[in-house]
Design a binder for this molecule. Structure first.
Ligand code: F6P
Length: 366
């Protein structure tokens, strides 16, 4: 198969990973390196997101040998950070910030880079958009376990997180049944309920609480009593970390700072305590946390990540800059970054997957 024509004349591509890690990051890096080298381009890996363009000597050349064996490995060989916005870079311990954007552009030129592949979530892709406006040719690759990036039906990492959460729910089923308990499992997802909805359905949950559908805990308790009346004696409740009661707010583990977004967490324990009081049944909560981001990517995520990485290189070579690769099944397409900046993809309340959950008798707490 002949290599794609290099119409843009790009010869040296920088690649970085930003934001929280997600299984499949290494698969994208590998795909970028292999596809680029196949077209006689050189790849420079930048360490810890845009830190690689702020601090000296935070880069290294990546050859096919450097990416051998990383397809199946979680994390990122380049490192990442979700505190490294070069336009508001944290300095000191007091929450102050500084603008390092000009330094990044300077370093980009010093390293003789012709283009960037920026792999990240909405925050990282917004930063990429700003650098593209300042004249840097680049392509974005959408990453997040949360699956909340607009204009793509899937981000890599999501399938792996859902698979892990599903296995956890399977394991909780047997102990819940044995002890006749309510088991509440809190999953990640920020302000979107994709992980909770998909793992809840796959795991056969009885209740799924998502941010897009505020819940009434009395109705959840009614559903559990109803199940007991039918002889079930145990219930599995999946709660998204961003779920909130009707008229209430999200549960925050750590407040936002100038350089860091608020950290969600704790709603599972709150719901478990309320359900114990309301139903009189013993209730326990489990927080899956960062386990959802670790481990080997599923085959779906490996394939998606590989297609994203290969397509990103194609776009650079054909001279399509300022775009993000996206999955519009069955195709990988490109979408202008300006279309995704500042937007979040939430679960539509009347989405067929929501309706399927209801049809299975799953309570969504409303
Ligand atoms: O965006 C991915 C994610 O794992 C969210 O689901 C979660 O709210 C957040 O990152 C946690 O971030 P951190 O690792 O910084 O605590």
């Amino acid at each position: 198969m002949p290599a794609p024509e290099n119409r843009s004349g790009i010869q040296r591509i920088g690649v970085l990973t930003g934001g929280g890690d997600a299984p499949g990051l290494n698969a994208v890096i590998r795909a970028v390196v292999k596809a680029a080298v196949n077209c006689r381009c050189e790849v420079i890996g930048l360490e810890d997101s845009f830190d690689g363009l702020i601090e000296p000597n935070r880069w290294r050349r990546l050859t096919p040998k450097d990416v051998t064996g990383i397809l199946r490995i979680g994390g990122t060989i380049l490192g990442t950070t979700n505190r490294g916005n070069p336009f508001a870079y944290p300095v000191g311990a007091t929450g102050g910030t500084r603008d390092y954007a000009a330094r990044c552009v300077e370093m980009y030129r010093e390293l003789k880079l012709d283009a960037l592949v920026v792999i990240g979530g909405d925050g990282t892709l917004s930063i990429a958009h700003e650098f593209h406006k300042r004249g840097i040719p680049l392509v974005g690759v959408p990453k997040t376990i949360d699956n909340d990036i607009v204009e793509t039906t899937n981000t890599f990492g999501f399938d792996t997180a859902v698979s892990f959460a599903t296995e956890a729910i399977d394991r909780l089923h047997t102990t819940a049944e044995a002890h006749h308990r309510i088991m509440v499992v809190e999953v990640m997802g920020r302000y979107a309920g994709w992980i909770a909805l998909y793992s809840g359905i796959a795991g056969g949950a009885d209740v799924i609480l998502i941010p897009e559908i505020p819940y009434d805990v009395e109705k959840v308790a009614d559903g559990i009593r109803h199940r007991d009346g039918l002889g079930a004696r145990f219930s599995i409740v999946v709660v998204a970390e961003g779920a909130k009661p009707v008229g209430g707010t999200v549960t925050i583990a750590k407040a936002a700072r100038a350089d860091a977004a608020e950290r969600l967490g704790g709603i599972g324990a709150v719901v478990a305590a309320q359900l114990e009081t309301l139903t009189g049944k013993e209730s326990r909560s489990v927080l899956l946390g960062h386990l959802q981001r670790g481990g080997a990517p599923t085959s779906f995520d490996r394939i998606l990540a590989t297609r994203f990485g290969a397509r990103a290189v194609e776009l650079l070579l054909e001279g399509t800059f300022g775009h993000m690769v996206a999955f519009h099944p069955p195709d990988i397409v490109s979408v202008p970054l300006e279309k995704i900046v500042g937007r979040t993809r939430n679960v539509p309340p009347h989405f067929d997957v929501v309706r399927a959950a209801r049809a299975m008798g799953i309570s969504l707490g409303d």
